[in-house]
Unconditional design. Structure first.
Length: 364
């Protein structure tokens, strides 16, 4: 069921304190030791491709696990948790359920993706993933809110795709694109409608590698708002490299803000790809130019296959580093991406507790 617009109450809360986001769904899923059989369940037992790395499908086959993860993040101090829908579009799910023509001497192209966009199975799957994923998070948000007396929010996660609108995959054909803007738009519109139906409070376009893909997601949000005569707050978050540019479209931080300012997001920020230390200078740059709230949910350092979470930083490291961000006046929302477990989020919550939130610049 669609939720009322919480923009005013969220902005009031953001003026009073730093709100806490959740951590890494994928990292936390791996701590449960799930198997291929868990991912498949009885429903997808005959799937021809492996599904264990399709984390979004667990909202359907192991909702107990996904619900428990949301519960643990809320209990750790998250004000806002993201739905388990990072890859819940027909385009992304086609990687798990449709033969890749490249394995048979062909290539992916707009004709291929038109069939994906029109595929009833993939559309029904994407719809169900988003609705059920939202309901799972909504249920835990409401239960923890009732238990603690503090409202919790659900952010519908709208992630990147495995295809790019910006770049050609063929160096010999630079004008070629595997997919069209309208096809990406339609895939995202279905996801947005389903997230709203499932009960999200916020829509979060996140881990942006390709700004043109994210533009399609932003247009999808606006078009669905218009068709349904509603509005929910939006958070937009990019993944940048060590040079401070989005990973595929190569936009610097200020250009990224300028590209999305017209959407009037409740917050804009950075996540993934970097740990807090490497992210800080780019967060400072974004804080200097953005006239809205700032979010940051970095990775727990750099990848480390020998570490329990696969990343270097332990909870106490994240607590100290995110506390430094807060003390520098850089934050309105703080959380963690890859490598951040509920224990990391509890530490981040401690680190930013009592710190003044960044003051949003007033445009004259």
């Amino acid at each position: 069921m669609p939720q009322p617009d919480s923009t005013i109450e969220l902005k009031k809360a953001l003026a009073e304190r730093i709100l806490v986001l959740d951590g890494a769904m994928g990292t936390t899923i791996r701590t449960y030791g799930l198997t291929e059989a868990d991912a498949r369940g009885s429903r997808f037992a005959d799937s021809e491709k492996d599904l264990l790395n399709n984390g979004d499908i667990l909202s359907l086959t192991r909702p107990d696990v996904i619900g428990d993860i949301h519960k643990r993040f809320y209990e750790a101090g998250s004000d806002i948790c993201e739905t388990n829908t990072f890859s819940a579009t027909s385009i992304a799910q086609s990687e798990f359920f449709v033969d890749d023509p490249r394995e048979h001497g062909g290539r992916k192209d707009p004709e291929f993706f038109q069939k994906i966009i029109e595929n009833p199975f993939l559309n029904e799957l994407a719809w169900e993933m988003n609705v059920e994923g939202s309901k799972l998070c909504r249920k835990m948000a409401d239960e923890i809110a009732e238990k603690t007396g503090r409202k919790r929010y659900v952010a519908g996660a709208i992630g990147p795709l495995t295809v790019s609108l910006t770049n050609s995959p063929d160096a010999n054909d630079p004008g070629f694109r595997v997919v069209t803007f309208d096809q990406v738009l339609e895939a995202y519109k279905l996801q947005v409608r389903a997230l709203i139906e499932g009960g999200c409070d916020i829509l979060m376009i996140e881990t942006i590698f390709d700004s043109l893909n994210a533009k399609a997601a932003a247009v999808a949000v606006q078009e669905v708002y218009q068709e349904q005569h509603l509005h929910l707050p939006i958070i937009i978050s990019a993944a940048v490299g060590r040079g401070g540019e989005t990973m595929i479209s190569a936009q610097k931080v200020e250009a990224f803000w300028n590209a999305f300012a017209h959407v009037h997001p409740m917050a804009i920020g950075l996540n993934c790809s970097l740990g807090p230390d490497l992210m800080r200078p780019f967060l400072e740059e974004l804080s200097d130019c953005a006239t809205t709230h700032i979010s940051a949910y970095p990775n727990a350092g750099l990848p480390n296959p020998l570490a329990p979470t696969g990343f270097d930083l332990e909870p106490h490291h994240m607590e100290a580093l995110m506390a430094e961000f807060a003390e520098a006046g850089l934050l309105n929302l703080a959380g963690g991406c890859c490598g951040n477990t509920p224990e990391h989020v509890a530490a981040i919550a401690r680190g930013v507790a009592g710190k003044k939130p960044r003051v949003v610049p007033v445009v004259g």
